[in-house]
Write a protein that binds this ligand. Sequence first.
Ligand code: CA
Ligand code: CA
Length: 370
Amino acid sequence: MKTHGLIASLTIIAAVMMFAALGVSPALAESYIITANTPVKMVTAVRQPGNTLRIFIKAQGGQWQQPDYEVVGDRISLSVNPKALGGSKLYLLINPPADLDLYDEKPPILLGVKADGKPLALELEVDLTAAPAPPQLIAWGLADRENALDMASLSVLLNGKTLPADKVSVKQISPRQVSVTVDLSEIDYGDYALVLTAADAFPQSNELQASVMFQRRPRGNYVRPQVGQVAVKVDSNYPNYPLVSALTDGHNQLTGQSSSNDVTWASAENSTAHWIEITLPEPKPLKEVTVYWAYSGSTFYTSRQIQIQIPDNGGWKTVYTSPKAGIPVGRNKTFVFDEVTTNRFRVYQPVNSGPESRSSLMWIAEVEAR
Ligand SMILES: [Ca+2]
Ligand SMILES: [Ca+2]
């Protein structure tokens, strides 16, 4: 059930709410959440008041009451007294669906949690950070015993961000039961919290929150372990950023306090392509390059476009091109491509493809290759 949230002080309020999700005639069913400290008069819009008005009101934590009301034309008018009802957050229902459990104070419950098809302990907070490998698929089963689930309330966030629609699959088994599967197979290296939120279709939104914590850790790096034998070249340097050693010093988890040349390298800030060229002591099978962006203040300086290139007949061949839509802003990005054997590669930033706020700059904390 979607519900209107209204902040009322002394004003008259009118709003319409539809129970579309419950298949009830939208003209007849309304619900409101009212926040009021002083008595208010409510006027609700009802297109077809009919003869069988059922009106319920309660304060949060209180009991449902059936208030006196007047029908004026096609509207319902009633006085609401928060003090008499026992609280300032009020729920008002007009002609709720017959199967709505008005005494539902319980959130949906978890029926099961699975990682890659294997059941986990039935817990709201699952910690997989010590698991030998990160999960590829997380699935939750959930149900509400009292009411239908509010499908519009369902959300899955990874580190606070919405996942692309093709990564989350929601299967509604019945109005009260659903399974949610999340595809994590293509996420980058990092520490993650995956959070599922779902509420029942009751106006006070009894809410379930379930989470899975996990890590995806890089294994193997051709650059840092051989740092004394690895050659690093760059197209240019920002003033006071002469050291390229910062690109291979292992410092990639920056705090945001400082992104100076002791831990990051920056290019000149001008409208030319910028690049970092890395030569390994011997050829290696290479299938991904991870770039950790500079982090300063609360900003990750993620380049908008990057190519990975390898030598080709005296020039360079591009083996990876970032999507046109740009690289998602974050701590790091791993560029994955068909395996090539090479002792040299470069991270290439086309002209003016730098970070959003400084598009002619390339500012990098670390480069890894594997
Ligand atoms: Ca419930
Ligand atoms: Ca570094």
